[in-house]
Design a protein around this ligand. Structure first.
Ligand code: ADP
Ligand code: MG
Length: 685
């Protein structure tokens, strides 16, 4: 079976009926660029709507279909939302709130004309409120199903439309030969691949179908990592052994921790081999990974090679550069930075320095691996917190060089062992399991959000003493637009109290440079409060920010909360993290937050999180960085990764060239999920 059978699925989204450039652009915001992405854009649940004559407290929190008549409208000043007031069948007044597109809203809801609206009934103080209701065209109420699978959406695409698109894409999916052992399929009642996809779209709760799809994804991932290791190990590397002439000169105000010494020993041991190192360095936030990176890079430089360090964002690259530059210049090591912002002359001179060997260490963003960036002798690559540095990029590194450089990936995400398997299964693991001495642990409090007002007062006191603070807003909906709107709302409220120029806002819908600008003014102390969604999870180092307030804390993954909390407690002062919780918390929800209060141990938190997290409580993990699977949830990963890894190993042991019938089928599975890398991974086998 040739991979061409999958071609229709890999067609651009625009090739689908009814998708023009506009829709394609909207879809691209959700990374849905090909038919297959849509076929795999699975519903996240079902929505149940209630047709109701009028708002009532019994309906709070439900999605209601209501007939209303708009009676008044109030345009928001500045960034405040547009509010349209409407009457329902019982003469209640409802506030319909629109954070964006006010012109559209006013057109949809002309005053004194009856309309049917659909949306989640909330209360806002003593008023009924619906945020961003859908407005039905007159006479179209029959078109609204009362029960419907719901999809992750983006502006410009309705749920109904998204579903149509997904089903259209699904039509392009062929029947595929089976890559799973028949006995396993039978035992767990797993449907065939295509049937599983179709079933999941019509019934998001179909467990067996879901498990099968999750398994496929994890299996492909395991296969890719095993093949990647084969490819990476097939070539000879550069044996690099330093002589200490640079590292011994480093002026450190402290001694290395035992853990730092141990992992540096492991890294040096690897680098001295003529096989390329593939090592993952795990260490909690603040455990001192940067110094390990520096010592590893100096090892390469002492041995006559260059080193490059890749950071996930521009701002982190600059931060690393600032730290490393001080240390390097003191010992005569030449270091440079390269990001999207270095242009013209500055860029040219970096490129020349890399090519002629006059730059020893380069720090930067993805720009450091672009086409025309040529190194004289690149011996070591350090990758900091780069979850998106996926299989195909790692493959490229191994393929491009005659003798591939050593690779050191660093992460503070306290990934449990099972998850390490899926992300870095081809790597050896080093752990820094000890913190530098003398840290004041962050004090964590869990407080009901009924006390939000008092929190704001506390915040006022904190910033009037020159303090700075983070205010983190949760991911509330499967829609970035609404999450961003909630953060905007919070920022607006805090700005009213503290002034526009004291409160900054960053969220995932802002562009990189825009975000960086806000982060920079927070780091410089201009802004006292930074309101943010989880985009600050892996982010700036602002030692003066010693207070963090996390709204809706129960909605976050614990590992994610831990990462967030790592943003404070970085300076000399004592720090505090306040977790605001909702008022109707489940037992599990309470236990999870209590754990955060009890421990600062990231690994313990990650393991417990997997154990405690009920299926209903994984909202908010979607951007947690630990998870880049489309289908598989962390629970699926914990359950299925060991099985999938065993299966992938067994298959490769029996049929290294993937030539058998089962092997051919497994190739297709690999193409489905690792298309960009598949050709390289499968070449020569
Ligand atoms: P992370 O592992 O999160 O990247 P960093 O490398 O940024 O942590 O280190 C956090 C802080 O700890 C830095 O200010 C660094 O200078 C300091 N540090 C690193 N190693 C030690 C050590 N052995 N003793 C004391 N402080 C250290
Ligand atoms: Mg770091």
């Amino acid at each position: 079976m040739r991979p061409e059978i999958l071609n229709p699925l890999f067609a651009e989204a625009e090739a689908l009926k009814g998708v023009g450039p506009g829709i394609a652009k909207s879809l691209a915001r959700l990374d849905l660029t090909r038919a297959i992405d849509l076929a795999y854009h699975l519903p996240t649940g079902t929505i149940d709507r209630v047709r109701a004559p009028a708002a009532s407290s019994a309906l709070l929190g439900r999605i209601v279909v209501l007939d209303v008549t708009p009676v008044d409208v109030r345009a928001g000043a500045g960034k405040a939302p547009l509010r349209i007031y409407a009457r329902d069948g019982d003469d209640n007044t409802l506030t319909l709130t629109f954070f964006n597109n006010p012109a559209w809203a006013k057109k949809q809801l002309p005053l004194h004309e009856p309309r049917t609206i659909v949306g989640k009934l909330d209360s806002w103080g003593s008023e009924w409120q619906i945020v961003h209701p859908e407005v039905l065209e007159p006479g179209k109420v029959g078109d609204v199903p009362l029960r419907e699978p719901v999809y992750g959406l983006t502006e410009g695409i309705s749920n109904k439309r998204m579903r149509e698109l997904a089903l259209t894409a699904l039509e392009r999916a062929p029947e595929l030969p089976e890559w799973i052992e028949p006995s396993q399929l039978a035992r767990d009642h797993w449907p065939a691949w295509r049937a599983a996809l179709a079933e999941t779209h019509s019934d998001p709760g179909a467990t067996n179908a879901h498990k099968r799809l999750a398994y496929d994804e994890i299996f492909a991932n395991q296969l890719a990592l095993l093949l990647l290791r084969q490819v990476a190990r097939r070539k000879k590397g550069l044996p690099l052994q330093g002589d200490g002439r640079l590292s011994n000169k480093l002026q450190l105000p402290y001694r290395l921790t035992g853990a730092q010494q141990r992992v540096i020993g492991e890294i040096r041991g690897d680098m001295a081999q003529d096989k390329p190192m593939l090592r993952l360095l795990q260490g909690d936030v603040g455990s001192g990974k940067t110094l390990v990176a520096l010592l590893s890079m100096l090892e390469a430089v002492e041995a006559g090679a260059q080193a490059a360090m890749l950071a996930p964002t521009e701002i982190l690259a600059r931060q690393h550069f600032a730290t490393l530059q001080r240390q390097c210049e003191a010992i005569g090591v030449r270091i440079a930075i390269l990001t999207g912002r270095e242009k013209g002359r500055a860029r040219e001179s970096v490129l020349m320095g890399l090519a002629d060997g006059s730059i020893d260490i380069l720090v930067g963003t993805h720009a450091i691996f672009q086409q025309h960036v040529a190194y004289q002798k690149l011996g070591l690559i350090v990758i900091d917190e780069q979850h998106r540095f996926g299989v195909s990029q790692r493959l490229l590194l191994s393929e491009k060089a005659e003798r591939p450089p050593h690779l050191l990936a660093m992460t503070a995400t306290p990934i449990p062992r099972t998850l390490t398997l899926t992300h870095y299964g081809e790597m050896d693991v080093s752990r820094i399991d000890e913190m530098p001495p003398g840290r004041t642990p962050v004090e964590t409090l869990v407080i009901s959000d009924a006390k939000l007002g008092e929190m704001v007062d506390g915040l006022a006191r904190h910033i009037s003493n020159e303090g700075q603070a983070f205010w983190v807003c949760p991911l509330v909906e499967e829609s970035e637009a609404i999450d961003a709107a909630a953060a905007e709302d919070r920022a607006a409220i805090l700005r009213q109290r503290f002034g526009d120029n004291r409160v900054g806002l960053v969220h995932g819908r802002m562009k990189g440079p825009e975000k960086d600008a806000v982060m920079t003014s927070f780091a410089s102390g201009e802004l006292a409060v930074l309101v943010a969604t989880t985009v600050i999870e892996v982010g700036v180092d602002v030692p003066n920010a010693t207070l963090m307030i996390v709204e809706g804390a129960e909605r976050f993954g614990l590992a994610q909360l831990h990462q967030l909390r790592g943003r404070v407690g970085r300076g000399a002062g004592a720090s505090r993290c306040i977790l605001l919780r909702g008022q109707n918390l489940s037992e599990t929800g309470r236990a999870r937050l209590a754990l955060m209060r009890e421990t600062n141990d990231g690994f313990r938190i990650a393991e417990e999180d997997l154990r405690l997290r009920g299926p209903g409580e994984i909202l908010g993990t979607r951007q947690s960085g630990e998870q880049n699977f489309r289908v598989a949830s962390p629970e699926d990963v914990a359950e299925l990764a060991p099985i999938a890894q065993g299966d992938a190993r067994l298959l490769l042991d029996r049929d290294g060239g993937l030539a058998s019938e089962r092997g051919q089928a497994a190739r297709l599975c690999l193409y489905l999920f690792e298309r960009d890398a598949a050709v390289g991974l499968l070449r020569s086998g």
